[in-house]
Design a protein around this ligand. Sequence first.
Ligand SMILES: *Cc1c(COP(=O)(O)O)cnc(C)c1O
Length: 376
Amino acid sequence: MTAKTVALPSQLAEGLPLTVVPADHPRSDDERAKILANPGFGTNFTDHMVLVRWTEDQGWHDAKVQAYQPFSIDPASAVLHYAQEIFEGLKAYRRPDGTTATFRPDANAERFNNSARRLAMPELPPEAFIAACDALTLIDQDWVPSEGEMTLYLRPFMFANEVFLGVRPSKEYYFCVIASPAAAYFGGGVSGVSVYASEDFVRAVPGGTGEAKCGGNYAASLLAQAQAAAEGCDQVVWLDGLEHKYVEEMGGMNLFFVYGEGDDAELVTPDLTGSLLPGITRRSLIEAAGDLGYRVTERKISLADWRDDVRDGKITETFACGTAAVITPVYTVKARTGDFEIGSEPGPVTMRLREYLLGIQTGTAEDTHGWIHEIG
Ligand SMILES: *Cc1c(COP(=O)(O)O)cnc(C)c1O
């Protein structure tokens, strides 16, 4: 790969100029190639990062693209004590023509602001969110893999950085974007997961933070994930917080149930009650399924219905969806109230949807919805 000269945006938004300070010691072509040959997930990072500050007096200011580097954080920094932190996740793809693009970054920007409001944090102009992702993708474009289903995973996040132990919204924040090359989630073809439906722990309750993409939700989920692993399962499935009855999500992914088969198949996905995270993959699949002629219903589905409808042959496939893994089939469900098997290989509706969506994302299929954001 040869480094092209890139023109970065001169500002992230009106009145928010972007200063570019290129890394003094970027990885060599050889070092980068070695990492890209086996990137794993979330352990290797590119040469740069975007950093923007917010203070009560100045609002958003001091936007920079600079070398990837550690933060220096005061021990009394608010985020370390009260977890005022939100994040997003999206991917940059290498297009067949060699350019790069992201998938619906406007939807991530909008959800980021919804999360910010819930966590009493300042909103970021959506154009600044998108420009920050673009700037990092451009300066580190040689890190966007071109092999198979490999991508560059972008992680925008914001955290409270005021030095203060009182309990109220911080008066200072950092917005940051980092990027990590990601291997295809499933190296050798698509494989399915086993799940443990947690009847002891809940992820979210009505009025809580389940709709916000905040780190605290994940901290609270780890024990249930450990319980699922102890039960021999790959992932935890969350039930609703009030009745512990209705299926909400799987780990950090939304769920779809396929009723019937062939062209008559109907898709059911839990409705957004306020305690589910509104996935952009979920939203996109609802539209994509329509393109392919499937009926889609958003409604409640209980764990008991899931089990009964699988047993009666009404539910033929179940899959989870999210940015990281796109679509993951669910094969086995374990729960205190009874285990059941859905299948042992990816179902045809699952695979058809997966190929259709991946085609749009990677640029091999037509983007009829205007979901692709070309970066350059
Ligand atoms: C991010 C996330 C999802 C999936 O959202 P996408 O926008 O599709 O990646 C689902 N559930 C939880 C809890 C999440 O954090």
